[in-house]
Design a protein around this ligand. Structure first.
Ligand SMILES: Cc1cc2nc3c(=O)[nH]c(=O)nc-3n(C[C@H](O)[C@H](O)[C@H](O)COP(=O)(O)OP(=O)(O)OC[C@H]3O[C@@H](n4cnc5c(N)ncnc54)[C@H](O)[C@@H]3O)c2cc1C
Length: 413
């Protein structure tokens, strides 16, 4: 049996057509990368307009696993990304404490896992500067772990709520002058004019932050279009409606499927798979992928095979091309296409850094001397401003409701 679910919900809102907008920088994509770029540029005093075919974080960023990486997962095969992750983990924890939960993470090797890899892993943690402590009472801390645990080490992995984080980033960008054109699909780019389903945007510079859809935007841009080396890679996550772990549990082995169990509010989320796909809008999840994920996950947490996952979801990684999905770097690259900058690769954990590098280049292209200040700018808990409250002021938590109210507010002038 095959499950086919559209990857994102587009055009669910009827929106009025707008007049032509003029801006210095048009950012295509209101995901993690595009939103941090809008904040970075607006804090530098640059006029920026964000365009998305859906709402805020409607692509991969709203369908990620919830892990604010410490970088430990990449220390043996991708040291540069590991170092970026630990630095950004510390920065995001400082600037957005409302959206980050300091659960910590445990890497565990179980019977049958390669002993030599443990030494390599610990050496990599030292090289990347990731603080770590060996844990000898892992079963006391995590009673659902397998009795076959051979070795466990704790690292500063954390949990991130992407909705809380990026609602705040968008709100703050708006407060600093950014404009938003949401539910507006980019159809065509003609010179400096971006034609969308809701009107046109005239811009001096375009930033293509369309994640796994970036090559499509690049192909619309006729000037100096380059071949974008992107490998769209689908990943599935299973949601259990019980919290089975306190820390993020990671299998201590070379990155593979079913390795990570993230404690997310009252649930635990098992992930993920990594399979290269042709079209990010038409990806399929097979029954076998789900079964495989459960089998792999239950070697670390046996209860996963006894419980029924409540639901699953998936999304597509905008990875830089590599020899395989697992071997591909989590580093990022910026392509300079004249009056358009295209970014691919990276992680949600490193999106602030990606935006900083993009904004440095954009600012230089516009002939403006400026510096990023996002690493020291507090992100507000904007979702809570828009959440429904009961008569005594407690939040009746409905993040979907709050996000749609926030979207309305930031699109008004
Ligand atoms: C299964 C999975 C799990 C992951 N888990 C983690 C994790 O736990 N931690 C972590 O740090 N990272 C994780 N990642 C990686 C991370 O989620 C992504 O690297 C990041 O979210 C990409 O953000 P983005 O802004 O580049 O792309 P997106 O979030 O995909 O944003 C691109 C935007 O472009 C818009 N767009 C596309 N085409 C058009 C068009 N024609 N017109 C207008 N708009 C358009 C889309 O609507 C979308 O909103 C995971 C990725 C996957 C796939």
């Amino acid at each position: 049996m095959k499950y086919v679910i559209p990857c994102i919900n587009i055009f669910i809102h009827e929106k009025a057509v707008i007049r032509t907008m003029n801006t210095d920088v048009a950012v295509i994509g209101a995901g993690a990368t595009g939103l941090f770029t809008a904040l970075d540029l607006s804090l530098r005093g640059i006029k920026v307009t964000v365009i998305d075919r859906g709402g805020l974080i409607n692509g991969t960023s709203g369908r990620m696993h919830g892990l604010l990486h410490s970088g430990a997962r990449y220390v043996t095969n991708d040291l540069a990304s590991a170092k970026q992750c630990i630095e950004e983990n510390q920065i995001l924890s400082r600037i957005a404490p409302h959206a980050v939960f300091d659960t910590k993470g445990l890497f565990v090797a179980v019977k049958g896992d390669d002993e030599a890899f443990i030494d390599q892993f610990v050496k990599g943690l030292d090289e990347a500067g990731i603080p770590h402590i060996e844990i000898d009472n892992a079963l006391e801390l995590e009673p659902n772990l397998s009795r076959d645990v051979k070795y466990a080490v704790q690292v500063p992995d954390k949990v991130v709520d992407p909705f809380k984080l990026f609602a705040g980033v968008a709100y703050s960008a708006k407060k600093n002058g950014a404009k938003f054109l949401l539910y507006a699909q980019v159809k065509k780019i003609s010179g400096s004019k971006i034609i969308t389903s809701r009107g046109e945007v005239e811009s001096r510079l375009i930033i293509n932050a369309a994640g796994p859809w970036a090559p499509r935007i690049s192909a619309m841009h006729s000037n100096e279009s380059k071949v974008i080396e992107l490998m769209p890679t689908i990943g599935v996550m299973l949601v259990y409606d019980k919290r089975l772990n306190n820390m993020v549990l990671n299998r201590l082995r070379p990155p593979s499927d079913g390795d990570i169990l993230v404690p997310y509010y009252g649930t635990s989320i098992l992930g993920t798979t990594a399979q290269v796909v042709e079209d990010p809008d038409n990806a399929e999840i097979a029954d076998e992928d789900i079964q495989y994920l459960i089998e792999e996950g239950s070697a670390m947490v046996p209860r996963l095979s006894e419980l029924q996952p409540k639901r699953y979801y998936y999304s597509v990684r905008p990875l830089l091309k590599g020899s395989s999905a697992r071997a591909a770097t989590r580093d990022f690259e910026i392509y300079d296409e004249g009056d358009m900058l295209t970014i691919v690769g990276g992680k949600l954990t490193t999106s602030r850094l990606m935006a900083e590098k993009l904004s440095d280049l954009a600012s230089e292209k516009l002939g403006k001397k400026s510096k990023s200040i996002t690493a020291n700018t507090l992100i507000p808990d904007a979702l809570s401003f828009f959440a429904l409250k009961n008569t005594i002021g407690d939040e009746i938590y409905g993040s979907g409701y709050a996000l749609s109210k926030l979207e309305e507010a930031i699109q008004n002038d």
